[in-house]
Write a new protein. Structure first.
Length: 620
């Protein structure tokens, strides 16, 4: 059976069973923070709800942190999840490449890359428009960019080339083609940094289109031609006018906040708009202003999220989206630094109070879309940690093919990492349950591991943490292996009794104590009762060798429900007759073919079952 037929059969099955599975699916292991598989480094996420394959899905358009030692990457990928199941994130692959911009003569310089993108849908043209920008400065010298006076010349800042690009597609999953350089005047050499666009659908059926861009207080906005979607027009004459822009945030009206980067514009309802940005006064935050018009004037509202509280901070970029009846903020969390970042999501409250838009600040968590805590009795990568002391960090530069990037900097005399939140169930755990915390560690020096819990309202003060287990580890095998920490301080624990016992939603903190630096490295953790086996282990993706092509799996191992991308290399004159993914019971797994972007390899995606799989392909 070819993959197209399997895809059609699978869609029928999904439609018939959606009503039964939509609630339960929210408890899948994929519902966590970071919310994409751990091999995905997608910061700067712009969330949009679009129609796709007959259902509404939340799409994330972000940068692609692949340069490791530099920001962002050489193309854009897109991910989506159906609005009824925000745990099923699908990797649609690359949708646009920096080479497509260089093909039209702009930004032709080594290590050219894209910054943060945005994407909108125009119901009049029935097309999707991707906006992004070039990250490297380049000269208009006839080599890196067109000469001044050339037919396709668009000015930038002084003698630097323009940065912003628009490309279009018939689908939110791309591919995006026909790139156009946007003639949006920059305020400084950072250029048209972090473009964001709003298609404002009005009550009379007409649309107005607005663009926002700029960095380091160089924030600007303008109205765009709703037909070509990139030409600045004068709001009164409706004619092209590249100088018909104005500063987004008026410093005379907003005294204590200004734009560093990360412009994002969203419509809340017919009378309320929000402008979201990373402020100069706190780069690790996403702040917002509100107005009754997309052109302002704007009133400062506050901060929505900060990624630097109890964590290695850095820059921040993201936005908000309404999914069914719930609003969410999408942002990113740094690993070792701000050049290796992963996508995060939190539920938020958005309230209207007359002309005001109220968005209370939320905390960074491990639980993501789940409000009541992650299932404590599953296995998780350590990258879900959202609290650390001292110099602990996830080393995102490792880029382990299975996503097992280690937590490092666990130094003596003591370092703590934390998780908000786990759910231990409605029935309190007892000593007889033989509960343990399994840590997949590599031990370098003798240490003691202490495990604490806290009620959510008490989690931000270590004075309220409750010790539930402690265990020394002295052996050193110089390899990753499971170590079990007995959770044996439950029975006569008065502090634990005060919060109702070890049950329901709790924060968990793990302290590593020893005399040396670099006591150990950690990659996974799991609470386990007795001899119960891990319910969601990492399973191998076995690739059956093919003499004509190479099949590359990203990741190489995955947990139940995670999206796996299969890339076919190299390109050639062959026909893929069939591709199969077979689970451990011999059943075919549904495989989806991604759209083919111009410079991207042919790729497919599937959701990992809770077993190893084998991938095989027939080629003619």
């Amino acid at each position: 059976m070819n993959y197209l037929l399997r895809l059609n059969l699978s869609r029928t099955f999904i439609i018939l069973n959606l009503a039964l599975t939509s609630f339960l699916s929210l408890q899948q292991v994929s519902a966590q923070n970071p919310f994409m598989p751990p091999t995905a480094f997608i910061p700067d996420g712009e969330p949009h709800v679009f129609e796709y394959n007959g259902e509404k899905s939340l799409f994330i358009y972000g940068s692609r942190d692949e340069r490791i030692m530099g920001f962002c990457g050489y193309g854009h990928d897109v991910w989506s999840a159906p609005v009824k199941d925000l745990s099923k994130w699908m990797n649609h692959g690359e949708i646009f490449s920096v080479k497509q911009v260089q093909d039209i003569g702009y930004g032709v310089i080594e290590e050219q890359h894209f910054g943060a993108p945005d994407c909108v849908y125009n119901p009049k043209t029935r097309k999707y428009y991707l906006y992004t920008f070039l990250g490297m400065l380049y000269k208009m010298n006839g080599v890196q960019g067109p000469l001044i006076g050339a037919k396709n010349y668009i000015p930038g800042f002084e003698d630097w080339g323009p940065k912003c690009i628009m490309a279009s597609s018939d689908s939110p999953t791309g591919p995006f083609i026909n790139p156009v350089i946007c003639d949006w005047p920059p305020a400084n050499k950072e250029g048209t940094f972090d473009p964001s666009v709003l298609v404002d659908e009005l009550a009379d059926g007409s649309i107005r289109v607005y663009a926002y861009w700029g960095m380091k207080s160089g924030d600007r906005c303008a109205e765009l031609d709703p037909v070509d979607m990139h030409t600045i027009i004068h709001p009164k004459t409706r004619r092209p006018d590249r100088n018909a822009w104005h500063k987004t945030l008026d410093p005379d009206k907003i005294k204590n906040s200004s734009v560093f980067e990360a412009s994002s514009i969203k419509k809340i309802d017919d009378n309320h708009y929000v402008f979201i940005y990373s402020p100069n006064e706190r780069h690790s935050a996403l702040a917002y202003c509100y107005s009754s018009s997309p052109e302002g004037p704007w009133i400062y509202g506050g901060k929505i999220i900060r990624n630097g509280i109890d964590w290695k901070g850095g820059n921040n970029h993201g936005s908000i989206a309404k999914v069914l009846d719930q609003w969410y903020v999408v942002y990113h969390k740094a690993t070792i630094n701000s050049k290796n970042r992963q996508a995060m999501i939190e539920p938020i409250d958005v309230k209207i109070d007359n002309e005001k838009v109220l968005i209370p600040q939320v905390e960074m968590t491990s639980q993501g879309i789940i409000r009541n805590g992650l299932d404590a009795f599953k296995r998780y990568n350590v990258n879900i940690a959202c609290f650390r002391t001292n110099n602990a960090y996830i080393d995102g530069t490792v880029r382990n093919e299975a996503g097992l990037n280690p937590m490092r900097g666990l130094d003596g005399p003591n370092t703590t990492i934390g998780f908000k939140y786990f759910n231990f169930g409605k029935k309190a755990v007892k000593n007889k349950d033989d509960l343990k915390l399994k840590l997949n560690c590599k031990i370098f020096h003798p240490l003691t591991v202490s495990v604490f819990v806290a009620a959510p309202e008490d989690a931000n003060s270590d004075k309220n943490w409750i010790l539930i287990g402690e265990h020394p580890i002295a052996d050193n095998f110089n390899e990753f292996r499971d170590y079990s920490i007995p959770i044996n301080r439950i029975l006569k624990n008065d502090e634990l009794k005060k919060i109702g016992g070890l049950k329901d939603k709790l924060a968990v903190f793990v302290t590593f104590t020893g005399k040396e630096k670099n006591l150990c490295e950690l990659i996974e953790l799991e609470f386990s009762k007795g001899s119960i086996s891990t319910p969601n282990p990492l399973n191998v993706i076995n690739i059956k060798k093919n003499n004509k092509v190479k099949i590359v799996s990203t990741p190489t191992m995955a947990r139940d429900g995670e999206s796996v991308k299969l890339s076919i290399e190299p390109e050639g004159n062959y026909l893929i007759q069939d591709i199969k993914v077979i689970d451990g019971n011999g059943n075919d797994i549904n495989v989806n073919k991604n759209k083919k972007a111009e410079y991207a390899p042919i790729s497919f995606n599937f959701f990992m079952p809770n077993s190893p799989v084998t991938v095989e392909m027939k080629i003619k």
